[in-house]
Design a protein around this ligand. Structure first.
Ligand code: GTP
Ligand code: MG
Length: 201
């Protein structure tokens, strides 16, 4: 899959106001600062397409980026961001859950996990929520450039064990680094396969 164009379309706070073109979309979710916006830029091969920041809580809306004029990458706010009020957090959760559960054109949600940290309750709860709602997902480990290979292998094995407590079969897993552009081809191949399956229906 070759990316020939990538453009920002719109930011929405109301899932009902997202683009109504019906084009396939792939969403990116995960705890604040995990690297969602950076991964989108890496996939699109455009450094500043999605806004990134060292400060957690940068992305606060549902952001649609149109790729190759035919499908979307969707950047979402992080879950479990502590430095906003409870009311604000609840509103974000509602917005995100509404979007994820009701969006007909959502082909797959990539759940991003920081490869440096142990499985967190917020991540496991979210993965479980997706499973309960029968929503297609894949897991993307981010920032693998920050670990030694052996550290990463240990952490990954830990994740596999935890996931198999919830799932009979593992969801697709991807190792990535936006910094080193690692995992780009694998993710784009996965997206291409999902698009091709839809075309053949
Ligand atoms: N070393 C390294 N740093 C990364 C990688 N991906 C993202 N970062 C850094 O992590 C920080 C957060 O990245 P973002 O892409 O803004 O994270 P986000 O998940 O979109 O964050 P919010 O929008 O705040 O929820 C930035 O300082 C990035 O430069 C990576 O693969 N490797
Ligand atoms: Mg972001």
């Amino acid at each position: 899959l070759k990316i020939t164009s990538a453009e920002f379309i719109t930011s929405s706070t109301d899932p009902a106001r997202c683009p109504d073109t019906g084009l396939p979309e792939f969403a990116f979710i995960g705890r604040s600062n995990v690297g969602k916006s950076s991964l989108i830029n890496m996939l699109a091969a455009q450094k500043d397409l999605a806004k990134t920041s060292g400060q957690p809580g940068k992305t606060q809306t549902i952001n649609h980026f149109l790729i190759n004029n035919s499908w979307y990458l969707v950047d979402l706010p992080g879950y479990g961001f502590a430095r906003v009020s409870r009311t604000q957090r609840a509103a974000w959760s509602r917005m995100i859950e509404n979007y994820l559960a009701k969006r007909m054109s959502l082909f797959c949600t990539f759940i991003l996990i920081d490869s440096r940290i142990d499985p967190q309750p917020a991540d496991l709860t979210f993965i479980d929520w997706m499973g309960t709602h029968g929503l297609p997902l894949a897991i993307v480990f981010t920032k693998t450039d920050k670990l030694k290979v052996t550290q990463w292998q240990r952490r990954r094995a830990q994740w596999v064990t935890r996931l198999l407590e919830y799932w009979e079969e593992l969801p697709p897993l991807f190792d990535t680094s936006a910094e080193k552009k690692k995992g780009r081809a694998e993710l784009l191949d996965f997206i291409a396969a999902a698009l091709a399956r839809a075309d053949n229906l």
